[in-house]
Design a protein around this ligand. Structure first.
Ligand code: PMV
Length: 347
């Protein structure tokens, strides 16, 4: 099968982990399983145009970010192509133009690696599918996630929705270290349209890249216990997803966020990635929850921003609270409203 030229366009969303991936082995194999909500609004939209060229043993691509050439992103893409070449043997037969943009503000402190790598990986899978049309939809999606994983681990959880598990967990059918799978069991309606309001506390460059962060788990004094705990917490979430017990959900999710930061505070070298306003927000959420009994909680990535999670039914009250009491802790008062979503979309 031969195709001379063409183009695809895919969007892929970001995702927010409930049980965190922190620590990895060779080839982007996670040290522990993780589970996330796929988001809906924070997305990367990537168009991939391709024209056949002579295979001269080199990758050939141009990179546009928001319509303009972006040289400093190229090494990351080059590295990605090198890693996935064995799985996409046609890569050196084409010249690619990768045209990418995010729906969320640039340098907002929201990592675009998950959405960006997922969008790129699934575009390349579209070409692979065009060249091998007999592949099944299941294979297509799983391999897109597999390739995304090689770009950035958590990106493999952005291909599908709405709840995605990545990493082998005995109790979760089909789960694997190689790619993300849709959570295969019943999910209570309370999680339908679950909300994630992202409070932008610090939009600066990341203090610690996730590559360095994952490496800190090698020889970490608490690593083995932490990896076991992630398995335990994922098991504890199975009945929670089924029965919608938000008190239990909150305990697991907040503990996971603080444990991620505790790992960074206890590694060598050590880091504090929260800012004073991160703690102000956490305390305000705890007080609000205690006063109102509204089931709202927080989670954190490897940075200072706070994700505020809550069911759709309390959206109005929580947004009022955020506007009245939390916006003041955000840089330039900025926050993003998102919710659980369905994963990558063509077009
Ligand atoms: O995908 P990476 O290598 O950028 O790692 C991301 C890790 C966390 O966001 C901190 C946790 C997670 O599971 O998403």
């Amino acid at each position: 099968n031969s195709i001379d030229k063409g183009n695809f366009s895919w969007s892929a969303p970001s995702n927010i982990a409930l049980v965190k991936y922190w620590g990895k082995k060779e080839n982007q194999i996670p040290a522990n399983p993780s589970v996330s909500f796929t988001l809906n609004n924070c997305k990367t939209i990537t168009a991939l145009a391709f024209t056949k060229k002579q295979n001269d043993g080199n990758f050939s691509f141009d990179l546009l970010f928001e319509g303009k050439p972006k040289e400093d992103f190229k090494p990351k893409i080059q590295k990605f192509l090198e890693r996935v070449e064995v799985y996409l043997p046609f890569l050196k037969d084409y010249h690619f133009t990768i045209d990418t943009q995010n729906t969320f503000p640039h340098s907002s402190g929201i990592a675009s690696s998950a959405s960006g790598m997922a969008a790129l990986a699934i575009n390349f899978m579209s070409l692979e599918k065009a060249l091998n049309p007999e592949m099944t939809e299941d294979y297509f999606i799983s391999k897109a996630s597999f390739l995304a994983r090689l770009g950035s681990g958590s990106a493999c959880r952005s291909v599908k929705g709405q709840v995605v598990v990545w990493g082998n967990q005995a109790s979760i059918k089909g789960s694997t270290d190689l790619y993300g799978v849709e959570y295969p069991y019943e999910i209570h309606p309370v999680f339908k349209n679950f909300q994630d309001t992202i409070l932008l506390v610090d939009k600066g460059e990341k203090q610690v890249s996730s590559t360095v962060g994952h490496d800190l788990m090698h020889n970490h004094p608490f690593a083995e216990r932490r990896f076991a705990q992630a398995h335990e917490n994922l098991d504890k979430l199975i009945p929670v997803f089924k029965n919608g017990d938000l008190d239990e959900f909150i305990k697991i999710v907040e503990s996971e966020a603080l444990t991620l930061h505790a790992m960074m505070m206890t590694s060598q070298p050590y880091f504090i990635l929260m800012k004073p306003n991160t703690l102000q927000i956490i305390n305000a959420i705890w007080k609000f929850r205690n006063d109102t009994k509204i089931p709202v909680c927080f989670t954190l990535d490897a940075g200072a921003n706070v994700h505020v999670l809550y069911p759709n039914s309390v959206k109005e009250k929580v947004l009022q609270f955020i506007q009245a009491e939390l916006v003041g802790y955000c840089q330039n008062g900025q926050y993003l409203c998102d919710e659980i979503g369905n994963g990558a979309l063509l077009g």
